[in-house]
Design a protein around this ligand. Structure first.
Ligand code: ZN
Length: 167
């Protein structure tokens, strides 16, 4: 088990665009396992590789209470989306901040799993929001990008202050 450091705002490495995984091999599976350890330890319900400074298109999620529903998305793509829904979101890279974000209500994602096999899954509710949130990370986007510039700069200042105080 390995716990990885999670980048936090305003770290510019969170803005990097991740590259597709060429092959789901043992090194990718080891990374996925470390990402789950890191996410469960945080604790969080989703983690993108970008957040641990690995710029590969990998997301792990688990919305269950008891770590029983791990989901791995490698090279995820949204193949369908429908409707709109606003939900409160948080992010391990923006600790202590929760904001209402509007996203598609229902999505279908196509991805490779931990075994390298392609699958499709339709999701709604929290899972749909989580999939879109984590996929944004792979494109260097944060939920802050959906807020007004004023709100965003207030949050970034708050984060900078927290980090200064933590030092
Ligand atoms: Zn996040």
């Amino acid at each position: 088990m390995a716990l990885l450091d999670i980048l936090t705002v305003p770290d510019v490495r969170l803005q990097k665009i991740a590259r597709p995984v060429q092959e789901v091999d043992d090194s990718i599976r080891a990374l996925v396992d470390d990402m789950f350890d890191t996410m469960y330890d945080a604790p969080g319900i989703g983690l993108a590789a970008t957040q641990i400074n690995v710029h590969k298109r990998i997301v792990v999620m688990d919305l269950s209470e008891d770590k029983s529903e791990p989901i791995v998305l490698i090279n995820p793509e949204l193949v369908a989306q429908d409707g709109e829904k606003t939900m409160q979101e948080g992010c391990l890279s923006i600790p202590g901040v929760f904001e209402d974000i509007t996203r598609a209500a229902v999505v279908t994602v196509r991805a490779l799993g931990r075994d390298g096999a392609e699958f499709e899954r339709e999701a709604d509710g929290l899972l749909a929001a989580c999939i879109q949130h984590e996929m944004d990370h792979l494109d260097g986007k944060l939920f802050l990008d959906y807020l007004t510039p004023l709100k965003r700069s207030r949050i970034v200042k708050k984060m900078e202050k927290q980090q200064r105080n933590a030092r």
